[in-house]
Design a binder for this molecule. Sequence first.
Ligand SMILES: Nc1nc2c(c(=O)[nH]1)N[C@H]1C(S)=C(S)[C@@H](COP(=O)(O)O)O[C@H]1N2
Ligand SMILES: [Mo]
Length: 200
Amino acid sequence: MVSGLSPGFKRFHRSDDPRLPPGQFVADGFPVLSAGPTPVIDLQRWRFTVTDAHGDRRQWTWDEYQRLPQEDVRKDIHCVTRWSKFDTAWRGVSLDVLLHGADTDAGYAMVESVGGYTTNVPLADITGGKAWVVHEYDGRPLTAEHGGPARMLIPHLYFWKSAKWVSGVRLMEHDQQGFWEALGYHDYGDPWREQRYWGD
Ligand SMILES: Nc1nc2c(c(=O)[nH]1)N[C@H]1C(S)=C(S)[C@@H](COP(=O)(O)O)O[C@H]1N2
Ligand SMILES: [Mo]
């Protein structure tokens, strides 16, 4: 199922750094974890769509998304397969900007990707400066294997919540499981509480 592990995947070490959540190791490289093939995405056809719980949609083209206020963010990321990476540097647009003006009465969101990957989050976890749609990593355009042209970044939750090749968010009144959540991963995924799998 998971393919394309990068050579960096095996290079990780223990650390006493208080930024490291329980059960995690520090990765030296930047592992690639994808549950399917890497899609080829034409920027002319790229769209980011916010759909509210009533089905009303707001959509941005690539150029429109590029003209939105951009933020540089530096965050630690934590994969459920136990690698963490400190101080990853990203550039992109806050979900606060993308959700501004939308009807956000709904409590949950499904993050959707090209290729069908989905992951669910409480709306409160992608608002208030906690999530971004990012298109640069380390000062360069995000590579396709890491989710380019644009991916979600929700660094305070396990990294499977940070959907690569993101195409939009769909707001929901009731929680529903995304791809990994339906296969046994935790509904919420807080790395500090080791919420890896159902029942954690
Ligand atoms: N669309 C999509 N997004 C995805 C995945 C995926 O398979 N498809 N894998 C998730 C998982 S399990 C992790 S750990 C991270 C890995 O991101 P990376 O390959 O940039 O390290 O992407 C997440 N986002
Ligand atoms: Mo992961």
